[in-house]
Ligand binder design. Structure first.
Ligand SMILES: [Zn+2]
Length: 349
């Protein structure tokens, strides 16, 4: 009986957790906040129309006037194309002239002096370079309708501080989208809704201390976390990733161990080059290629755990200088060990 009751409690807890997880983006701004601009929770979830009025309670969406717009004839919706007469804290409206505002155009706010940006749930796409080099930007609140963040969208926004909250509506993050956002700190959780992350998307985000990658992502693109020197501890790569791109984690000097899952077959050139704090790597037996300079300069490396036999390790194609300037490491295979000079000691049967 006791056990049954415990099972019931655990199930109940799991269901409740799931509800919270699913509602993470249902409550307007509260959960997708970045920075400290917390607004009081409404008593219900507002549902703003293109007139910027909540259809449920009549509250008005307090947006910034004076922005520049362009009508998309095909969709009969508006794109924000410029800051116009606005400045400082900017809140994009749900609608303009009675029609929904659904996107932020290419270069719309590039280099402008805005300090905070709030993007409503009506917006689905953030254009290429939309906020690039907005160095005075301190916080960004992404709405729960955003599905794509364009290439270089927030590159060089080095005034952004705190944790970046990516809503679980986002499916794609473009190349260099958050490159050099060095003020972002804490854990970056990329939700499972994200299936595509571009090259160098978070390169130079040196303040991040931990990352959680989405479960379905199949490749770590070139330079995705290059120079994220604040990452510490163990790096876990989801068991859906098949390739780790060139210089994906180069100069992530704070990482101490890396767990590479069974799904990975390719490790790119310079993938972990300069990871000077790295002591331990676990590699699957399915790896077929380790690129040149892949572990160059990993001068703390002591322990490679290989989930295959000595023969399988020797069969991996390793490109030139994959292991130059590493520490004195031992490779532990399932049937023996190999030291750095390729001397093999088989385990006793
Ligand atoms: Zn309302």
């Amino acid at each position: 009986m006791k056990r049954k009751f415990l099972t019931f409690l655990l199930t109940l807890a799991a269901v409740l957790c799931l509800c919270f997880a699913l509602s993470a983006c249902d409550s307007g701004n509260g959960d997708v906040e970045q920075g400290n601009a917390q607004q009081p929770e409404p008593e219900h979830t507002h549902s703003f129309t293109a007139d910027n009025v909540c259809s449920g309670c009549g509250d008005k969406w307090n947006y910034t006037a004076g922005l520049q717009y362009e009508l998309n004839n095909e969709t009969d919706t508006y794109t924000v194309i410029g800051i116009g007469e606005a400045s400082g804290d900017v809140t994009i409206p749900y609608g303009y002239q009675g029609k929904a505002v659904t996107s932020i155009g290419e270069n719309a706010f590039r280099g402008d002096g805005l300090t905070n940006i709030t993007i409503p749930d009506s917006v689905t796409s953030i254009g290429i370079r939309a906020f690039e080099y907005c160095s005075e930007l301190e916080s960004v609140t992404l709405g729960c309708g955003v599905t794509s963040v364009g290439d270089h969208a927030f590159e060089g926004c080095n005034g952004l501080t705190g944790e970046l909250k990516i809503p679980n509506s986002v499916s794609s993050i473009g190349d260099v989208a958050f490159g050099d956002c060095s003020g972002l700190t804490g854990k970056l959780k990329i939700p499972d809704s994200v299936t595509s992350i571009g090259k160098e998307a978070f390169s130079g985000c040196s303040g991040l201390t931990d990352i959680e990658l989405p479960a379905g992502v199949t490749s770590i693109e070139i330079g995705m976390f290059y120079g994220c020197s604040g990452l510490t501890g163990e790096l876990k790569i989801p068991n859906s990733v098949t390739s780790i791109g060139n210089y994906a984690f180069m100069d992530c000097s704070g990482l101490t161990s890396i767990l590479i899952p069974d799904s990975v077959t390719l490790i790119g050139n310079w993938a972990f080059d300069g990871c000077s704090g790295l002591k331990r790597i676990e590699l699957p037996d399915g790896v077929t290629l380790i690129g040149m300079f892949a572990f160059e300069g990993c001068n703390s490396l002591a322990d490679i755990q290989f989930r295959g036999t000595v023969k399988e390790w020797q069969a991996i194609e390793k490109e030139s200088r994959w292991n130059s300037f590493t520490g004195d490491y031992t490779i532990t295979c399932t049937d023996g060990t190999i030291d750095q000079e390729d001397n093999v000691t088989y385990f006793e049967q």
